[in-house]
Ligand binder design. Structure first.
Ligand code: 4AD
Length: 432
């Protein structure tokens, strides 16, 4: 008898196995019963035939309810209709835990999403969440592999920061022993120090934005991956971004077929995600929005509706580059051909998932940087170390940030970003 887990059952047809897990579903009719067992690695159907397993185990099984903790033993058989393609012909059952004080809150019926989010600690056990979060795990692994294979060095940026790289309107302030410390909005500024020390670096951690947006694309705590490269320009970053996105999508298609099937994700559009992606200017994107029927003036930023219109013109993600300086942060390099524009880019995912990457070439000239900081009302004292980077060893450099949850939402095809993360934080949610 082999102690194993559902995820390792493949190829074991004919073998006797023992599994520990939880009851996902149980139904019996007369002399036969079907149990769906979940064990955290997968789901499998277990079949109990009264005449084979014996009266005692069969009666014990009839006491089972959702989320009882059990151990089952039996013989593995192939069954294409069972989840994962296998089932277990059960020979024994042992109950490890049965709680009967209250009914399991999440029943097989439609619950409102608020109820499910209030019970997120339990909801994580359901099939759709299982599939989504396992794909997230694969994406995280692919992200790390991509940068490791390209010889980037991981330089973790701090979470407590004294600065606000993405503007002061979306900061969470904390009392840091009597001083103001903000939860990081972006690790970028520290990556700029990293890139001059290690040439190619990245950070990957949680970032925080006190944005009061109640959209399906906004979290107040989300994970961002931020590479930064010395001697690189905006075009290099667009090329790196498209290689990166293709790599991540390719990995999910290769390794997470079962999970994509659970989510009923039609993957034909993902199969089509190959470099290069179209690159259009901000000006061209504004024209597309206007043509799409939404009035938008030069100098305004894209909201969700505007991004949707742009993305509908393309089957793959699309880059929008060279935005007006007036709507972008101080650190972006000026476009040498038009000083009112900056050398930045956003990558917009297809099908309304919005911006998944934002990046730019950084301003590296000391005097011009100081001037931009002054215009933005930033104190040189607060940014003294960032200014130092423009004194010693300054060089052209560029980087970008990819939002993990928006990427997970797009690849899995889930409707809302809040289930792309285990425990979402949004404007109205801090619990569980
Ligand atoms: O475009 P953003 O603001 O860029 C930066 O923070 C740069 N400092 C990154 C860099 O150059 N190193 O954010 C980058 C990405 C967005 O494209 C989006 O995917 C994600 O972060 N993002 C959010 N995701 C979820 N909820 C939010 N509130 C988000 N805000 C940004």
């Amino acid at each position: 008898m082999n102690d194993t887990v559902i995820g390792h059952i493949g190829g074991s047809a004919g073998k006797e196995v023992r599994l520990k897990g939880w009851v996902y579903n149980f139904r019996s009719s007369g002399k036969i019963a079907f149990l769906i067992l979940r064990d955290g690695t997968g789901f499998i159907q277990c079949v109990l035939v009264k005449g084979e397993i014996g009266e005692e185990y069969f009666e014990l099984a009839k006491t089972l309810q959702q989320e009882d903790t059990i151990e089952v033993a039996g013989k593995v058989a192939e069954n294409p209709r069972s989840p994962g393609g296998y089932e277990i012909a059960m020979t024994s059952l042992r109950i490890i835990n049965q709680f009967r004080g209250e009914e399991y809150p999440i029943q097989k019926k439609d619950h409102g999403v608020d109820f499910l989010l209030n019970n997120r600690h339990l909801w994580l056990r359901s099939k759709m969440q299982f599939a989504t979060l396992r794909i997230r795990d694969e994406i995280v692994k692919a992200i790390r592999d991509f940068f490791y294979e390209r010889e980037f060095i991981l330089i973790d940026s701090p979470i407590f920061t004294p600065t606000a790289p993405e503007g002061t309107s979306s900061l969470f302030a904390t009392d840091y022993f009597g001083e103001n410390a903000f939860l990081s909005q972006s690790g970028q500024l520290y990556q700029e120090a990293g890139a001059i020390a290690f040439r190619k670096t990245y950070c990957f951690g949680p970032t925080f934005r006190a944005e009061k947006s109640k959209t399906k694309k906004h979290l107040t705590e989300f994970w961002m991956i931020e590479p930064e490269v010395a001697f690189a320009d905006l075009d290099d970053m667009m090329t790196l971004s498209e290689d990166f996105v293709c790599y991540v999508v390719g990995r999910v298609l290769e390794k997470k077929k079962e999970e994509l099937k659970i989510l009923e994700r039609d993957t034909s559009d993902l199969e089509n995600i190959k470099a290069p992606f179209e690159r259009i200017t901000y000006k061209q994107a504004v024209e597309l929005v206007n043509k799409g029927g939404l009035p938008m003036k030069f100098g305004e930023d894209f909201g969700a509706d505007e991004e949707d219109i742009v993305s509908r013109n393309f089957k793959k993600p699309v880059f929008i580059h060279r935005f007006p300086r007036s709507i972008k942060p101080f650190y972006m390099e000026a476009d040498p051909e038009d000083g009112d524009l900056v050398l930045n880019m956003d990558l917009i995912a297809p099908a309304g998932y919005g911006e998944i990457i934002g990046g730019s070439q950084r301003m590296y000239d000391l005097d011009r940087l100081k001037e931009e900081m002054k215009k933005a009302g930033l104190s040189e004292k607060d940014y003294h170390w960032y200014v130092d980077l423009r004194k010693w060893g300054s060089c052209p450099h560029a980087g970008f940030g990819l939002g993990l949850e928006r990427t997970v939402a797009w690849i899995t095809g889930i409707e809302h970003i809040r289930t792309a993360i285990p425990f979402p934080r949004t404007i109205n949610r801090l619990n569980p």
